[in-house]
Each structure stands twice: as structure tokens, then as C-alpha cells.
Design a protein around this ligand. Structure first.
Ligand code: NAD
Length: 494
């Protein structure tokens, strides 16, 4: 019988209230991996009640900050010990390379260690008030129950980016993972209990976005929603949060420019361009999908990118030497392929790829690395997020022109600049409208470095100290040290 994955609520597994499950498919082999509980509003209500009770009974926020830090560190250790198993599960679920997921799993504990170290540094400050009789100070308090909704492309990394700061600050959590990648998030909740977290601090409800996800967003007890996913879903979630005046952090889509100037190290730039769009089969929010090439090196760069694309080893993501696995699910493959057609229909040239790789003996959702040329920045393939291995290479002549084109987008997640000119690197870093700018590198990330989507790429910050503050509220306390009579009651006091 196919294995069944069930919700994790109040420290234990729970079958779905409606008794329904759906199949999760391996995108490489198309085998059914397991069945997943189809979460409903009833399951979500139980999970939120569990997190709410854990918050109100202070079973988490009532621990000393040092103790919370210890527990987060212990969870990091357990994830590290279970890293190979977790990486394999993620690769089976979403088709990303085992090598890539193994690398991510080595970093996931680092997020927990970083925020474990910050747990006992959540503090307010003393404010110099205008009256000497007043002592005014701030307190940073946890918010309560946080709903975390995450996508399928880097399940544990993106979930830990929310869990670690939220728990360090004293909140409790209900997580709704992507319907395509439930397994490692459920394992995370089990490991939290094994680490010694009180029941109810970390809860997981699996299921579809429109059902379990929407029910979580609409839960009246929620104090905040932290969402990573598409801009369309994010907009929906932001409206719901706004209608109830609760906060939300949104990490959304991108259409990032990767800009190569004529003075760049061309081999490194070509590798950076390949890493930006073909790593993870382009299924990353920070994909450098618009490659701007200075006209003086355009042909040479295109040749190098195309050559590397043509030698990419496509196959089973579990194999050590594979460089490109399948797309994560059938709809995703069809969407990406449709964009290749859209690009060609708009007048771009299919320079390389765009089809199923030849001679592959795996039935999964594969697509060759794809290079479009002759595209212009106003085409849909350059304006809409494709989320697949499809690069558009666009020539430019001047710095002013490329800056205008790079910023001419609804998104603002990341940007890459390849140049050997320091002044130009600084000018570009200042003027690019993106939350992350990489110069002579691409796809670098650390728990210590804040990241934020500009424009339609997001609201709020993840990673760094700033992220933890997003899971707190600030209270200002005024203490009058003067025991004398209160003077004129009809004027405001300072
Ligand atoms: P998605 O928006 O379809 O789904 C994300 C999550 O939201 C899933 O768990 C899904 O079940 C849930 N969901 C869907 N509809 C919902 C609803 N109405 N209410 C509540 N929850 C709902 O995104 P996806 O396809 O899973 O992920 C790919 C997207 O994520 C891309 O746009 C990518 O750029 C973005 N992403 C952003 C970042 C970042 O840090 N900015 C990182 C990774 C991925």
C-alpha cells in the first residue's frame, strides 16, 4: 500500500478530518511517491488552535530566550544529522539535483544557529524622553500565531527562513507547505519534537493552496502571515491580511536582469549567466532570466552560454554527475514550454533548446536548457516570470540604456552585474531597483544577509536581524517617576 503522510498538529500526526488524500508524483520517473493528507478548514482550525494554545499558555514564549536558542540549535543539529535523508526526499519530490539539495541541507542548520544566537538579543531600548520625570523604554514582543506558506522549489530552506526568526522571537507556527513537497516539512515538525520543542509550537497542515492555504490565511487567530510564492498568490494573501490589519511578509516572483558589460571577465560572466538561469532548471525566484549583453561581447557571450548549455548533462537528479533535472510537475513543464512558443510568436528566435532532450530514457518532465535571442524587453518572455530554464539574451549599447531596461520591469528581486570597473559596479549597485545586487557573482545567499523584494517581488525582509524584528511588535512604556499631583489634565504630555 502507498505510504500516507498526515498533518502534524500539537506534537502528533493526525489523519485529515475529511479522510481525503492526494498522490504526490516523482517528476523524474512519474511514479507515485506517497499520498498526502488533503487539508481542509477543519484541519487548519485544529492546527491554529494548537499553536494558539501553545502561545497563550506560554509554553514557548515563556521559556527563557536562552533556552529557546538552545532548542533551535538542537533542531539545527538534528537537521544536520538527517541532512542526507532530507536532501534525498526533496530531490525526489521536486526533481532538483540531489547535489543542490544536499548543499542546501548543509546550510539549513546555519539558519537555525544564526537565529538561535539572536533569540536572546530580542530587546528594546531606552528612549530619552523630553521630561526628566519620565522613563520611556520599548519592549519587543512576539506577535502570536504565525502562518507560514511556502513553495516547492527549496522547501526546507524557505520554510526555515520563516521558522527560525519567528520562533527565536517567541511566536508559534502553523506551516502549509506546497502540495508538491510536503514530506520534509512534516519531518521538520517531527524533528522539532525530538529536539524538545513543546507540542503545538510547530504545526503542519498539508494540502492545496486554495483549500488548506486559503483556510490558514483566513484564520481569525492568526497574528501574521509569512508567504513565499508567486506574485499572484501573494497579492491575494496581502488583501486578506490587510482586511484584518495583520502583518504579512511576502517573498514573491522575479524577472531578474543579469548584466554583462564589455569589460567583464567573459568566461566568469558566461558561467554566472548559466548559473543564473540553468541551475535548478531555472526554478528559482532569483533566476537571471534576462541576460543583457553589451554589444561588443554579445556574440562571444552568446556562444559561450550556448556551448555550456549544449554540454549540460540532463538526467536523473539523484545521479552525481547530472546538471539539469526535470521540471517539478506537469503543469510547470507545460507553462514553461508555452512561454517558448509565446517568445517565438512575438518575434524572438529559438537559438537553442526549447524541446524535450533527445535520447533521454526517463519519462519525466524534462526540457532542454533554452536560449532565446532577438528578444526585446517589452516581450512577454522578458516581462513575465517563466520559472524554467529559459534565458533571453538581449544586446545593449550603453550603461544608461541597460539600467533603464533592467529597471523596466514589475519585479525587483535580484540583479547581477559583471564588470571589472569598480565605479560602474558601484553606480549600478546604487541604481538597480532590486533587493539584492550581485557583482561578479550570482545566486549567493546567507542567513546573515537581509533580502527583500522590491516592487512586485515582495513586502518585508527575510534573513538577517531585520527579519526577526518582523516577527515582533514594539511596545513603548512610559513611567512617571514624579509622585506629585498631575498638573493640567487638558494638555498632552511629553
Ligand atoms: P504559488 O504561489 O503557486 O504557491 C506557493 C504556496 O502558496 C503553496 O504552498 C500553495 O499551495 C499556496 N497557495 C496557493 N494558492 C493559495 C491561496 N489562494 N491561499 C493560500 N495559499 C495558497 O507558488 P509556487 O508555484 O509554489 O512557487 C513558485 C513561485 O514562488 C515563483 O513565483 C517564485 O518566484 C516564488 N518564489 C519566491 C521566492 C523569494 O524568496 N522571493 C523564493 C522561492 C520561490
Amino acid at each position: 500500500m502507498t505510504e500516507r503522510l498526515t498533518h502534524f498538529i500539537n506534537g502528533e500526526h493526525h489523519a485529515p478530518a475529511n479522510g481525503e488524500y492526494f498522490a504526490s508524483t516523482n517528476p523524474t520517473t512519474l511514479d507515485t511517491l506517497y499520498e498526502v493528507a488533503r487539508g481542509s478548514a477543519e484541519d487548519v482550525a485544529a492546527a491554529v488552535a494548537s499553536a494558539d494554545a501553545a502561545f497563550r499558555h506560554r509554553s514557548w514564549a515563556g521559556l527563557t530566550a536562552t533556552k529557546r536558542g538552545h532548542l533551535l540549535r538542537r533542531l539545527g543539529d538534528l537537521i544536520g544529522e538527517n541532512g542526507p535523508e532530507l536532501a534525498r526526499y526533496e530531490s525526489l519530490d521536486n526533481g532538483k539535483l540531489l547535489r543542490e539539495m544536499t548543499g542546501q541541507l548543509k546550510n539549513v542548520p546555519e539558519y537555525l544557529y544564526y537565529y538561535a544566537g539572536l533569540a536572546d538579543k530580542v530587546q528594546g531600548s531606552q528612549i530619552p524622553a523630553s521630561s526628566l520625570d519620565i522613563i520611556n523604554f520599548t519592549m519587543r514582543e512576539p506577535l502570536g500565531v504565525v502562518g507560514a506558506i511556502t513553495p516547492w522549489n527549496s522547501p526546507l530552506t524557505l520554510t526555515i527562513s520563516k521558522l527560525a526568526p519567528a520562533l527565536a522571537a517567541g511566536n508559534t507556527l502553523v506551516i502549509k507547505p506546497s502540495e508538491y513537497t510536503s514530506r520534509t516539512i512534516l519531518r521538520l515538525a517531527e524533528l522539532a519534537v525530538e529536539a524538545g520543542f513543546p507540542a503545538g509550537v510547530v504545526n503542519v497542515v498539508t494540502g492545496y493552496g486554495a483549500e488548506a492555504g486559503a483556510a490558514l490565511v483566513d484564520s481569525p487567530e492568526l497574528a501574521k502571515i509569512s508567504f513565499t510564492g508567486s506574485t499572484g498568490t501573494g497579492s491575494h494573501i496581502a488583501s486578506s491580511a490587510a482586511s484584518r490589519f495583520i502583518g504579512c511578509t511576502l517573498e514573491l516572483g522575479g524577472k531578474s536582469p543579469n548584466i554583462v558589460f564589455g569589460d567583464a571577465d567573459i568566461d566568469n560572466a558566461a558561467m554566472g549567466a548559466v548559473a543564473g538561469i540553468f541551475a535548478a532548471a531555472g526554478q528559482t525566484c532569483i533566476a537571471g532570466s534576462r541576460i543583457f549583453a553589451h554589444r561588443s561581447i554579445h556574440d562571444e557571450l552568446l556562444e559561450k552560454i550556448t556551448h555550456r548549455a549544449s554540454t549540460i548533462r540532463i538526467g536523473d537528479p539523484l545521479a552525481d554527475d547530472t546538471e539539469l533535472g526535470p521540471l517539478a510537475f506537469e503543469d510547470q513543464l507545460n507553462k514553461v514550454k508555452s512561454y517558448v512558443d509565446i517568445g517565438v510568436g512575438e518575434g524572438a528566435t529559438l537559438h537553442y533548446g526549447g524541446t524535450r532532450p533527445e535520447g533521454l530514457d526517463l519519462p519525466g518532465y524534462f526540457l532542454s536548457p533554452t536560449v532565446l535571442t532577438g528578444a526585446t524587453n517589452d516581450m512577454r518572455v522578458c516581462r513575465e516570470e517563466i520559472f524554467g530554464p529559459v534565458a533571453a539574451v538581449i544586446p545593449f549599447d550603453t550603461e544608461e540604456e541597460v539600467l533603464r531596461l533592467a529597471n523596466d520591469t514589475d519585479y525587483g528581486l535580484a540583479a547581477g552585474v559583471w564588470t571589472s570597473n569598480l565605479q560602474r559596479a558601484m553606480r549600478m549597485s546604487q541604481s538597480l531597483e532590486a533587493g539584492t545586487v550581485w557583482v561578479n557573482t550570482y545566486r549567493a545567499m546567507s542567513p546573515m544577509s537581509p533580502r527583500q523584494g522590491f516592487k512586485q517581488s515582495g513586502v518585508g525582509v527575510e534573513h538577517g536581524i531585520e527579519s526577526m524584528n518582523e516577527y515582533t511588535r514594539l511596545k513603548s512604556v512610559w513611567i512617571n517617576t514624579d509622585e506629585g499631583p498631575v498638573a493640567d489634565p487638558f494638555v498632552m504630555r511629553g
